[in-house]
Design a protein around this ligand. Structure first.
Ligand code: NAP
Length: 276
């Protein structure tokens, strides 16, 4: 089994991004990401910190707005509008989940589609669904595509099975794979005979949120395994794919160090695109 090293690929892509940032700065533009964090969720704070650090590492502008958990819907919408109007801000990310009682959909749809670097706006998702990838692409599934490309893993004509149908991973992953002419099956919690379907996959993408969900008997020998899952148990991170799958896979992403580093990298890529 060959490891798909997300850290290595992310570092490589980030070097290219740094050059793009320098080129923009040379013509007086500074790609800037604004992150809005509402409340005190510890996991969200960690994610936001990672995004800030990567933006700074690439020499980009990074702004952070911490709003109290008691913020009203109107206050958050006002903040988004202020950032929409700010010509120095190129990308806006509102960290999810928002505290209970707030309408996430309304907030995400309020973000200017030209600054929607996290790609949650129906306009950008709609374009992707129509096979037009000229807009922003959702960071995690786009990162998966970049990993496969880096390792010269062909997608066209392959049987791809995606486990999970969330708006953030499963559904856009489906579109990206279909746009590359894979034959795509999406399975979820109501799927009958799930293992029968995963066993047919040349490329299996797991985005379930259950540690070790995909076991060896659910995988075709020689399959490429992409593990999107991040599950924290007693302070340690586990993917959705059991370690024993390494015995049968041809390629596999580790957790951590697989898809995770790519997600942040693609967010920076979108912000640079927005600035351009
Ligand atoms: P989600 O919104 O909770 O979706 C999980 C999906 O898995 C749902 O479609 C659900 O089916 C399906 N599922 C749950 N239990 C199942 C079961 N027993 N059998 C079959 N399908 C089942 O999760 P998500 O946001 O897509 O995230 C998935 C995982 O990826 C999480 O571990 C998350 O932390 C991780 N993640 C990682 C990154 C990264 O950067 N690496 C980014 C995003 C997410 P139903 O729709 O039928 O309920």
């Amino acid at each position: 089994m060959k490891k798909i090293d997300g850290r290595l690929v992310a570092d490589h892509l980030q070097e290219e991004l740094k050059t793009k940032v320098e080129a923009l700065q040379a013509v007086g533009k500074n790609p800037t990401l604004a992150v809005v964090l509402v409340g005190e969720d510890p996991a969200s704070k960690v994610y936001v910190g990672g995004k800030e650090r990567t933006a700074k590492k690439l020499g980009m502008g990074s702004l952070r707005y911490d709003l109290p958990a008691t913020s009203t819907q109107e206050e958050i919408l006002e903040m988004v509008e202020k950032l929409n109007q700010d010509p120095e801000v190129h990308g806006i990310l509102v960290q999810l989940p928002l505290p209970k009682g707030l309408d996430e959909k309304e907030v995400l749809e309020a973000i200017d589609k030209e600054k929607d670097v996290d790609c949650f706006h129906p306009y950008n998702l709609g374009k992707l669904f129509q096979g037009d990838e000229s807009g922003f692409l959702p960071c995690t599934p786009h990162g998966v595509i970049k990993l496969l490309e880096y390792y010269d893993i062909e997608i066209e004509g392959k049987d791809v099975v995606i486990v999970g149908r969330s708006n953030i991973v499963g559904k856009p992953m489906f579109s990206l794979m279909l746009n590359r002419s894979a034959t795509v099956t999406v399975v979820h919690s109501r799927t009958k005979d799930l293992a029968e379907k995963t066993k047919k996959a040349d490329i299996l993408v797991a985005a379930v949120g259950i540690a070790g969900f995909i076991t060896k008997d659910m995988v075709k020998p020689g399959a490429v395994i992409v593990d999107v899952g991040i599950n924290s148990i007693d302070g340690k991170l586990y993917g959705d794919v059991d370690k024993e799958v390494e015995e049968v896979a041809s390629y596999m992403t580790p957790v951590p160090g697989g898809v995770g580093p790519m997600t942040i990298t693609m967010l920076m890529d979108n912000t640079i695109k927005a600035c351009k």
